[in-house]
Design a protein around this ligand. Structure first.
Ligand SMILES: NC(=O)c1ccc[n+]([C@@H]2O[C@H](COP(=O)([O-])OP(=O)(O)OC[C@H]3O[C@@H](n4cnc5c(N)ncnc54)[C@H](O)[C@@H]3O)[C@@H](O)[C@H]2O)c1
Ligand SMILES: [Zn+2]
Length: 368
């Protein structure tokens, strides 16, 4: 069964297909999108993903009559750089890509962000197809944010650029390492926590199936996650307002990533602790304490951390947060849950409450 969602963005609308055996159909689908066979296609992938899936993608494209050029770079966040960007551009130029060509991103969020930025800028923008191979990439493949990192700041050089098609082949997820599975599921349950109470509790009930990559459960979870993100993005494509709710758990999460050095916690692990923190903040603001209990139950069931190791000191985290965002007169903006499945953007969170939350996240046992 192939599931299909449309990201509604007027003339930039595009479909997301989720199912098994999709890699083998990519050639035909590129023809349906309208990419001409005389224009070469560039497949970008990383050193973990390419040995597993690149041959299948190339075979399908070649069978459909395309000339295929590929570029494989070392896996990992360090490759999301201007240097690798230039190397991929070189491959594109040498491969003779023209204005009607397309870039296909085969991999996780790193490949998607980098290849998308190549697609957005090669000859001022050519075709773009996302073939996400991580669960986390359900998040990055919806919304059109593409970027590379600058040595001084993450995602600093980028664009908004929508793909023509997203192909989510569930078979590719079977090779994901367990920590990457759980990390990706953090963003899935986040989409439930911000907008869909029923889906958040569904994730709790089906956690074991999700962690076991059971295709039926996984297909449904990715469909709901993509659909919720798509709905938020459709209402605010360029992040002027409401799109900020997608950042639930990310202020604390980004600080954890910065303090730990990127790589100590995976992104989803860091935002899981951040989401537990947001629920503690909600309790401080007088919201129901069950928000915290249930959020923690969901994250724990998905194999995610909800506590801070003590070496992440309050001072270091506060400093990282202040670097990320300005405190205006001692106050800052946070996404705060109102209940499971509903959040508010609150712009007058006091520094002392954030400090209190960090201290609670560090305590052993229940903070209550
Ligand atoms: N554009 C957006 O809106 C957006 C949103 C969220 C995250 N991101 C970006 O996404 C990136 C993180 O994405 P990610 O977590 O997918 O990281 P990633 O692309 O680095 O993938 C994680 C690891 O898994 C490996 N891998 C990928 N697919 C695999 C598979 N099927 N089998 C085995 N191994 C596989 C990769 O080689 C890598 O080592 C960050 O750079 C982040 O900034 C972007
Ligand atoms: Zn995130």
């Amino acid at each position: 069964m192939t599931r299909s969602i449309t990201v509604e963005l007027g003339e930039r609308s595009y479909p997301i297909l989720i199912g098994s055996g999709l890699l083998q159909q990519i050639g035909g689908l590129c023809r349906e999108v309208g990419y001409p066979q005389r224009s070469p296609l560039l497949v970008v992938s990383d050193s973990e993903v390419a040995p597993l899936y690149l041959a299948a993608v190339e075979a399908s494209l070649t069978a459909a009559g395309y000339t295929v050029v590929s570029h494989v770079f070392p896996s990992g966040e360090a490759s999301k750089s201007l240097t690798v960007y230039e190397e991929v551009m070189t491959t594109a130029i040498q491969g003779g890509l023209d204005r009607r060509s397309a870039v296909l991103a085969l991999g996780g969020g790193v490949v998607g962000d980098l290849a998308g930025f190549v697609a957005a800028t090669y000859m001022r923008g050519i075709g773009f197809v996302q073939i996400p191979t991580t669960i986390l990439a359900h998040d990055s493949s919806v919304g059109g944010k593409v970027a590379v990192n600058h040595p001084l700041a993450k995602n600093m050089v980028g664009a908004f650029y929508q793909p023509s098609l997203v192909l989510y082949d569930l078979d590719t997820l079977q090779s994901l390492p367990p920590r990457q599975v759980a990390s990706g599921l953090a963003e899935v349950v986040k989409h439930g926590l911000i907008l869909d109470r029923e889906f958040a509790y569904w994730c709790l009930e089906h956690a074991a199936e999700l962690l076991a990559l059971q295709p039926e459960a996984l297909g449904y979870a990715l469909e709901r996650g993509c659909a919720i993100k798509a709905a938020v993005v459709a209402g605010d494509e360029r992040e002027h307002g409401q799109r900020a709710i997608l950042n639930l758990g990310h202020t604390i999460g980004h600080a954890i990533e910065a303090v730990g050095g990127y790589g100590a916690f995976l992104h989803g692990e860091a935002i899981a602790i951040g989401m537990a923190g947001s629920a503690l903040l909600a309790a401080r603001l007088g919201r129901d304490q069950a928000i915290y209990t249930d959020t923690v139950a969901m994250l724990t069931a998905l194999g995610l951390p909800v506590r801070l190791p003590v070496e992440y000191t309050e001072e270091a985290l506060m400093e990282a947060m202040m670097h990320d965002k300005k405190f205006k007169e001692g106050q800052m903006t946070f996404i705060v849950p109102d209940s499971i499945g509903a959040v508010s953007i609150v712009d007058d969170i006091r520094q002392e409450d954030v400090r209190g939350v960090i201290a609670q996240l560090q305590k052993e046992g229940s903070p209550w």
